[in-house]
Design a protein around this ligand. Structure first.
Ligand code: UPG
Length: 451
């Protein structure tokens, strides 16, 4: 039942504090705002500061943001001397402090906007406890899943899998045959496991799970989840350059695009591992040398924290040797890069956002999963959709330069993968285009917000 009120609807969108969660929820928020519904987008202070500073450093002001989106922040409750990078601690703190801060925020908004009222709170699925706050404040609680429907389905089915002995308490898959949808090599981490209990709780408090996927992409997983509304793939078309509504944690290096523009069609390898993956020095060396050995042009995103807190060190002489055909940036305008005609394929960790962005642009993949759902996304890419290849590890768990070069060569001459990638692009476009399944679901949601 929708919460009825005579005041205009106003949505509070609350992401979890990670790049791969903030960006897709902002994409959804922008779509809602475009339909004339106001959205207040709430980050914790440390994230808000990163976003604002990334936008400012690119010398771009925020005045081109859509009027209907307001970015704001709340404290995370962590003392300044404590470690914010510890996700467990952060979650613990958020769990106890967020309800209070959000209650104050909602009260403030309801008081100061005479004709508006927070009528709906959209919460990231990992912080489902704020749904209770939403309910108490008379707003409809809605859950947003930035990961695949398969990931959500797994989280929701964990109690059943434990009961039937398919998983043990550490989240290790002990019996694969019952998890036909989810592969055996999905590395379920403790974090993922903890998160699932929160997600299950959230199912009881919400009538709606919005998920960044489409029925066409994941029909079997979608059918496993009651109350699911697939509204993806969410994309950032026409985002103002480096504005804060792009929600980047790092400034985008726009020179990536001019550099790509001087390259031949489909000739460049785009290499990026999202916002969380960490590389050992040995693995970093092998990747650098594999790219060099391939001889193909590459655009490689090397975040300043890619080497686990140490500064990134390249193999001796590498930067000089590849200067003619390689470009390294700390953060790229990824969606613009993937839509550029010069990009041949994507070496990716298969984070769900990157996967969808590649799919929507008809790009094929070399998969390099790092953890959690990325292994399952790799299975989709390689086995279900046929648009990519795996880069296998050797007996020491290293992806060697020779394996990397071999797979790069294979991918560049595989027309079948490229053809499939173009078909997947069409499928994505159809889902979100007028009359498509995700389009219709989103329209339904907007109507619901207006009631
Ligand atoms: O140079 C870059 C690199 C990345 N991105 C963007 O950053 C986001 C990264 O998201 P994603 O590809 O999902 O990777 P992670 O940041 O690793 O995402 C986390 O969140 C995802 C959604 O829950 C999970 O699928 C991942 O496993 C988890 O690591 C994407 O929108 C990219 O376009 C940029 O804009 N520029």
């Amino acid at each position: 039942m929708a919460i009825m009120n005579s005041r205009k609807p106003h949505v509070l969108a609350v992401p979890f504090a990670a790049q791969g969660h903030v960006k897709p929820l902002m994409k959804l928020s922008r779509q809602i705002a475009k339909r004339g519904i106001k959205v207040t987008f709430v980050n914790i202070e440390s994230v808000h500061e990163k976003i604002v500073s990334a936008a400012k450093r690119s010398d771009e002001r925020d005045e081109d943001e859509e009027d209907n989106i307001v970015l704001t922040s709340i404290p995370d409750g962590i003392r300044s001397e404590d470690d914010r990078s510890n996700t467990f601690k952060l979650l613990e703190s958020l769990r106890s402090t967020m309800p209070g801060f959000l209650t104050d925020l909602i009260e403030r908004i309801n008081r100061s906007n005479g004709d508006e009222k927070i009528s709906c709170v959209i919460a990231d699925f990992t912080i489902g406890w704020i749904l209770e706050t939403a309910q108490k404040m008379g707003a409809e609680p809605v859950v947003f899943c930035p990961a695949s429907a398969a990931t959500l389905a797994l989280m929701l089915h964990i109690p059943k899998l434990l009961e039937e002995g398919s998983l043990d308490e550490n989240g290790t898959v002990t019996r694969g045959e019952t998890i036909s949808l989810l592969s055996n090599d999905l590395k379920i981490q403790k974090l993922f496991f903890d998160c699932s209990s929160r997600v299950q709780k959230a199912t009881h408090q919400t009538k709606l799970f919005l998920c960044n996927t489409s029925q066409e992409l994941e029909s079997s997983a979608c059918n496993l989840i009651p109350k699911l509304l697939p509204i993806g793939p969410l994309l950032n078309r026409n985002t103002p350059r480096s504005s804060s509504i792009s929600c980047n944690f790092h400034p985008e290096d726009e020179s990536s695009i001019s550099w790509l523009s001087n390259k031949l069609s489909k000739s460049v390898i785009y290499v990026s591992f999202g916002s969380l993956a960490i590389f050992s020095q040995q693995q970093l060396d092998e990747l650098a040398l594999g790219l060099e050995l391939s001889g193909w042009a590459f655009l490689w995103v090397v975040r300043s924290d890619l080497a686990n807190g140490s500064s990134v060190v390249y193999p001796n002489g590498f930067l000089e040797r590849v200067s003619e055909f390689g470009k390294i940036v700390q953060w790229a305008p990824q969606e613009k890069v993937l839509s550029h005609d010069s990009v041949g394929f994507f070496i990716s960790h298969c984070g769900w956002n990157s996967t969808l962005e590649g799919l929507s642009n008809g790009v094929s993949f070399l998969c390099w999963p790092y953890f959690a759902d990325q292994y399952h996304n790799q299975n989709y890419v390689c086995d279900k959709w046929g648009i990519g290849l795996r880069i296998d590890s050797d007996e020491n768990g290293i992806r060697t330069r020779y394996e990397i070069k071999k797979k790069i060569d294979m991918l560049f001459c595989d027309d079948e993968l490229k053809g499939n990638a173009m078909k997947m692009k069409e499928i994505c476009e159809k889902s979100v285009g007028q009359g498509g399944s995700s389009y219709k679901n989103f329209e339904m949601f907007v109507d619901h917000l207006r009631k």
